[in-house]
Design a binder for this molecule. Sequence first.
Ligand SMILES: [Zn+2]
Length: 68
Amino acid sequence: MAECGKCGGAQETGFTLDEGYGTRGPAQWFAGEPQRSIWTGTRMRGVTKRRIVSMRCTRCGFIENYAK
Ligand SMILES: [Zn+2]
């Protein structure tokens, strides 16, 4: 198990949630700048995406996000 970069405490694995209209799922990370689309608000086609894993320190509460 990884250690907290701030205090050296134990980290626990978790995730952050994206909530949309009637949907919810793990938050994701996207490469590059957001491209505007007149149809969907943000163009997502061809964009690299990764699921975000959040590591939370059980001692100080510091959260580190990893997009593996
Ligand atoms: Zn800590």
